[in-house]
Design a protein around this ligand. Sequence first.
Ligand SMILES: [Fe+2]
Ligand SMILES: [Fe+2]
Length: 195
Amino acid sequence: MPHQSVRIIREEHSALGVMLRSMLALVERGPGNPTSDYFTALRAIFFCIDEFHEAQHHPKESRLLFPKVATASQDAADAVRLLDQDHAQSEASARHLQHLLLAWEMIGWTRRARFESACGSYVAHLMNHMAIEEQLILPQAERCLSAEDWRLLDDAFALCGDARVSNYLADPDYASLLGRIRQLVAAPFVPQTRH
Ligand SMILES: [Fe+2]
Ligand SMILES: [Fe+2]
């Protein structure tokens, strides 16, 4: 039986993966008519990534999971160092990408390729980041965290902001936003809410 925090981390990764694949699908499909829907949908996806994954998921991993795992072995410490660097830089990467999107929207098609290329790299990097966490960090955590470490981690990941829900998919505050994104992107790309 996996620890609650491990289950939640995997669920949050899965939700982010769906968001990132939605983003790629949108970018591949390109703007339809009206073009404003395309930019609105991408902005809404960036908002979700920023609001939840950047503000909540990454800090909990860096604060409560990585330091314990890093003490287990040199390989674990090296992996944690790179993952922590990703966490430190990912907000700036997302901001840069949003600027490139705004440049395309404001200036026009000459800026499209630059955004699309950066978007592909951003998604690939984040997918790889989550894969390392799932394949290396979480199994290592199962081997080396104490009961008290798990209690702190489980408690932290059981909260979404102030709400005691497993993640934002179960938070009513996000339901209408996710519904709007789903309409703009077209099902079944965006994760379903839980109620
Ligand atoms: Fe992470
Ligand atoms: Fe993660």
